[in-house]
Design a protein around this ligand. Structure first.
Ligand code: THU
Length: 164
């Protein structure tokens, strides 16, 4: 028997002023994505911006539906949008932010479990880590160096792949 400790490291910035310009501009793009959110049921807008290795930035936002499970999160909307438009180009960084006028979100918001799983598989398939930038509507920013750091124990089995 042994105990295994898994460490997750993240970097915290007090404000945007401390960030490097590439991360900050991606975060601003994620804020821009908030305006495309369709979230009449939760009144909680989520915006995501994905930077690809070719320099393209693809936006995503949460899209809800009266049939609640039919909605999609901002992160997956950006990932699938990028996969569709730029198949095979690695996704190297994603910024995620939120806005609601119901309450103040002053701490970073992290992706849900389903989005972590999708980020993780994207990372494994492209063999390139995805840096993650998280902020609420204002305040502190967290950065993490990979999707795996958000989901250190994960479901992924190469044996599930179809043999061809
Ligand atoms: N949402 C996201 O877009 N990303 C997440 O990681 C968590 C939740 C959305 C889904 C729904 O439209 C709203 O936030 C409230 O749950």
């Amino acid at each position: 028997m042994k105990d295994i400790e898994i460490k997750v490291q993240l970097r915290e910035y007090e404000s945007e002023q401390e960030m490097n310009s590439e991360d900050l501009s991606l975060l601003l793009k994620a804020r821009e994505a908030l305006s495309y959110s369709y979230s009449p049921y939760s009144n909680f807008k989520v915006g995501a911006a994905a930077l690809l290795r070719n320099g393209e930035i693809i936006l995503g936002s949460n899209q809800e539906n009266a049939s609640f499970p039919a909605g999609i999160c901002a992160e997956r909307s950006a990932i699938y949008n990028a996969a569709h438009q730029f198949k095979g180009i690695p996704l190297i960084k994603m910024a995620i932010t939120v806005f609601t006028d119901d309450f103040e979100v002053s701490s970073p918001i992290a992706p849900c479990g389903v989005c972590r799983q999708v980020l993780l598989e994207t990372e494994l398939q492209q063999d390139q880590e995805i840096e993650i930038i998280l902020q609420g509507s204002k305040g502190k920013i967290y950065t993490l160096s990979s999707a795996r750091s958000l989901l250190p124990i994960y479901f992924f089995e190469k044996g599930l792949k179809k043999t061809n």
